[in-house]
Design a protein around this ligand. Structure first.
Ligand code: AMP
Ligand code: ZN
Length: 470
């Protein structure tokens, strides 16, 4: 069957390019194909839903490109060494090693465990697997090669076994993040590494010092790579010295992507990435969700609380990727309810009488091609649900759009998810609670428990989860 989108005269795709801060019409380097690099996770801890929002954004970008008929080659790196912020880098602290020490495991064991957990989290959110998941530890020779080329071209210098990028040699430094050297210098504080020519110079290769683990031989003695060089090596290594789109979180713009441009363009002498795209942060009570601050949720925690993980996906679709999004359990509960209801409606409508789809296909495509306007697309979902199209036409539209939304709208809840009889008991219990008949509602809770359905009461009503208590 020819897809709905292929039959439409598609409006051009407009994307917001952080480099230049403007919307631009998307033009791939090669007709019909898109090369996309997405900064991936550091695998020394579990991902939180803030991190996952950034990968969800990349997934939506990719789905929009695919919906428009492009073949997308996506690379998402696995950082299994280092990831040293400039501060901790100077202290020689490797987060992989810190993680390994805390868990009394080897760095390889830690990385393998958290890589698996990350991939499972992506599956929970229907994030399509990348074409390649390169591991940084497998790309060290390529990183060394890039550092050598930067030294040859006079863009880097070595001191005491550590190699630094010389930002004075790269006048475009600061262009992506709109920083000037003067502004950046004013922001440098604390001890400055005496080996650096400028406090702004960043590390490409770090001398091993006392470290014995995660150390590689190099022309400058044993050491390990800086975080930024990893992404230059893996992106150009797999996608070539020119590729279409580079995505990441807003906090990656500086210093990570600024440094990546300096390295990759420093080595090649030309522009490497056409479009730089950044997803805004997920907040919790107004502050950034962060591992270090301890204010985060994992997607598995939310699942254990009875939420469908895709309710988080639904929640993320309510905000544009360039806007910060505040996460709240109440917001998630609302998304969870609406999503389950939407699936019930689609199940009722599927197979019903078909009919005209009006101009909904064109309008949907116009929204998603407008720099991924998913809130606009979700407003069209509501219009279809509440509107007067024939049931079969409603189901067909929603199921087609689910290729972008990724909400499993073809999954009818309460049928395969719930054991027989449980749906009725849940309804009776909701009524009993509504009537403040708590004796009955407690009895029904126990009955449901014997069926393996755990009921959780919250301010927004009852939720349920199938399976044993965690
Ligand atoms: P990390 O594993 O710490 O390197 O982070 C992985 C990705 O998650 C990076 O691309 C970050 O930009 C992104 N990220 C970190 N915190 C948040 C947040 N609160 N909201 C959205 N993205 C985030
Ligand atoms: Zn990166």
């Amino acid at each position: 069957m020819i897809s709905m989108s292929a039959r439409l005269a598609a409006p051009p795709i407009r994307l917001y390019n952080t480099l230049g801060r403007a919307h631009q019409q998307f033009k791939p380097l090669q007709a019909g194909r898109v090369s996309l690099y997405t900064c991936g996770p550091t695998v020394y801890r579990y991902a939180h839903v803030g991190n996952l929002r950034t990968y969800l954004f990349a997934d939506l970008l990719r789905r929009v490109l695919e919906y428009n008929g492009y073949v997308v080659e996506q690379v998402k790196n696995i950082t299994d060494v280092g990831h040293l912020t400039d501060d901790s880098f100077d202290r020689g602290e490797d987060k992989m090693l810190v993680g390994a020490r805390l868990e009394k495991k080897t760095p390889e064991e830690i990385a393998a465990h958290f890589t698996e957990a990350f991939l499972a989290d992506e599956r929970r959110l229907n994030i399509q697997p990348a074409t390649h998941y390169p591991r940084a530890t497998e790309w060290v020779p390529r990183m060394i090669e890039l550092v050598e080329r930067l030294l040859e071209r006079g863009l880097a210098y070595e001191s005491g076994g550590t190699v630094y990028f010389d930002i004075a040699s790269f006048p475009a430094y600061g262009r992506l993040s709109r920083n000037t050297t003067a502004k950046l210098l004013a922001g440098t504080r604390g001890e400055v590494d005496p080996h650096k020519h400028s406090p702004l110079d960043f590390t490409l290769w770090k001398s091993a010092g006392e470290n014995r683990q995660m150390v590689w031989p190099s022309p400058w003695g044993p050491g390990f790579p800086g975080w930024h060089i990893e992404c230059s090596a893996m992106s150009m290594g797999l996608l070539g010295e020119r590729f279409d789109i580079h995505s990441g979180g807003a906090d990656n713009v500086f210093p990570h992507h600024e440094a990546e441009i300096a390295q990759s363009e420093g080595v090649t002498g030309h522009r490497v990435v056409s479009y730089w795209m950044h997803g805004q942060l997920l907040l919790l009570s107004g502050t950034r969700m962060a591992k270090s601050a301890g204010n985060f949720f994992r997607i598995t925690e939310l699942e254990e609380q009875g939420f469908d993980p895709l309710a988080f996906r639904y929640l993320a679709l309510q905000a544009r990727y360039r806007s910060p999004l505040n996460f709240s359990p109440e917001g998630l509960a609302g998304a969870d309810r609406t999503l389950r209801q939407l699936r019930r409606r689609v199940a009722e409508w599927a197979g019903g009488a078909d009919g005209s789809r009006a101009d909904f296909p064109e309008r949907f495509l116009a929204k998603i091609n407008d720099d991924l306007d998913l809130p606009g697309a979700m407003a069209l979902v509501s219009d279809v649900v509440r509107g007067s199209l024939a049931p079969g036409a409603k189901a067909a539209l929603l199921l087609d759009w689910d290729r972008i939304l990724g909400l499993d709208l073809d999954r009818a809840p309460g049928r395969e998810d719930l054991p027989a009889g449980a749906a009725e008991l849940l309804e009776q219990r909701a009524r009993a609670r509504g009537a403040r008949d708590f004796a009955t509602s407690d009895r029904l809770r126990d009955e449901l428990a014997t069926l393996g359905v755990l009921v959780i009461d919250g301010p927004e009503g009852q939720r349920w989860r199938v399976g044993p208590e965690p």
